[in-house]
Design a protein around this ligand. Structure first.
Ligand code: BGC
Length: 417
């Protein structure tokens, strides 16, 4: 049903927030799989995450900052590797830490949107097959149940797994590039051995066989959903997916459709019946009769190398709502850039598209910008700047950027100019 939203306003109760993920901002995530990988000689990672933004200790300050800028929601993850650093040992201290953090959000009137798995996992889990073993499903559900019992009563939105389709996306890309990626199988086997695993068993989320992992990730989401509900959560529970606006030039439709089903459609279909679906989008990809096309020659690129294409948000929220049948929460959208004026330009255009989709009747509950802070961008290290707030990683001083003030104002007004 069409909605009348005058003066670029958003529906009442629309959530405006920012996002982070534990490993990218907390620092010292030493029991995780990636910590070990980052610190190997000749690591695949540009640099180790180290102290990151020390958000583990500075969260009270960061929550106050977020609130002061005008935002009413904060999406962050609780870290499985801290909560269950050895299989079956649940750290009361880590759970209490996250309980304090979520309680602090509630005390400040910030809606806590909590993700249970955001790329990293405990080292023991990844060493023993990660998401490529069927055991992953019950392991994840058990963790959700335990963590859910400890913190679930305070959460207002829960996301089981962040971008559960990403292993499939990376695998599909690797297959399309015929193995032309940074990590050769021999090199990866060597890394696995150095991490105390075997090549066939060592399976980090971002570097595993996506075809096998996807089955378990979908099943783990289902079990995780049930575990959170049985742990007493009454808030909406869903999954988040990385969605690209997948476009076809003439003759590229069939390849596009097949790729879309493989990396997005099957995951969206699996969310049917959930309380919401989290949409995370950054750009588009185009297909021609021979496959994937590069961005147009004159296209602006972000620091990540892909095309500056904020219109992807409009397209992906429509697709997500249509295929899943669920209400949508935009759980990530943003841009890696040193030029903060391009961040404002990006967000403005993305919001124009989002507004049009909502006016056309798409049920979107909120917009969560990635990211609150400049943070650790996985393989790329600290170079890409996604933050609305800059961080001096020597002093840990925070400095809001113009984009932070701009988007905070949009949040306060529930409308943009
Ligand atoms: C991930 C974030 C990441 C962001 C920017 C998303 O795919 O969930 O962890 O930092 O994109 O690349």
């Amino acid at each position: 049903m069409k909605r009348d939203l005058p003066n670029r306003s958003f529906p009442d109760g629309f959530l405006w927030g920012t996002a982070t993920a534990a490993h990218q901002v907390e620092g010292g995530n030493v029991a995780s799989d990636l910590w070990l990988m980052e610190n190997l000689p000749q690591s695949l990672f540009a640099e180790p995450s180290g102290d990151a933004c020390d958000h583990y200790h500075l969260y009270p300050h960061d929550l106050a900052l977020l609130k002061g800028l005008g935002f009413g929601a904060y999406r962050f993850s609780i870290e499985w590797a801290r909560i269950e650093p050895e299989e079956g040992f649940y750290s009361r201290a880590a759970l209490d830490h996250y309980r304090r953090m979520i309680a602090q959000c509630r005390a400040l009137g910030i809606v806590p949107i909590v993700t249970f798995h955001h790329f990293t996992a405990p080292l023991w889990f990844t060493r023993d097959g990660g998401w490529t073993t069927p055991k992953s499903v019950s392991r994840f559900a058990r963790y959700c149940e335990t963590a859910g019992r400890a913190v679930g009563d305070l959460i207002l939105y829960a996301c089981t797994i962040n971008e559960a389709n990403v292993p499939m996306m990376i695998t599909a890309q690797r297959e399309a590039d015929r193995g032309a990626r940074r990590e050769s199988p021999e090199r990866f086997a060597k890394i696995a051995r150095r991490c105390g695993g075997e090549a066939g068993h060592w399976a980090p989320f971002l570097h595993c066989d996506g075809r096998v992992a996807s089955l378990h990730l979908i099943a783990a989401h289902r079990k995780g959903y049930e575990a959170l509900k049985s742990a007493g959560l009454t808030c909406p529970v869903g999954i988040t997916l990385a969605l690209l606006d997948m476009q076809a030039e003439l003759g590229g439709e069939a390849i596009r459709d097949a790729a879309e089903h493989l990396i997005q459609g099957q995951f969206l279909e699996s969310t049917r019946g959930d309380d919401f679906v989290g949409v995370q989008t950054y750009t588009r990809i185009r297909f021609g009769p021979n496959g994937h096309l590069p961005p147009p020659k004159d296209a602006e690129r972000t620091q990540m190398g892909y095309e500056f294409y904020p219109e992807a948000l409009d397209a992906t929220v429509r697709t997500a709502a249509r295929v899943s049948g669920c209400p949508v929460l935009v759980t990530e959208n943003g841009i890696g850039t040193e030029d903060d004026s391009r961040r404002i330009a990006y967000a403005k255009r993305a919001l124009e598209g989002l507004h049009a989709a909502i006016a056309d009747g798409v049920d979107v509950r909120g917009y969560i910008h990635w990211s609150l802070l400049d943070n650790y961008e996985w393989l790329e290290g600290y170079r890409p700047k996604f933050g609305l707030v800059a961080v001096d990683r020597t002093t840990q001083a925070r400095r809001p950027k113009s984009s932070g003030y701009w988007l905070g104002e949009v949040a306060r007004n529930n409308a943009f100019i």
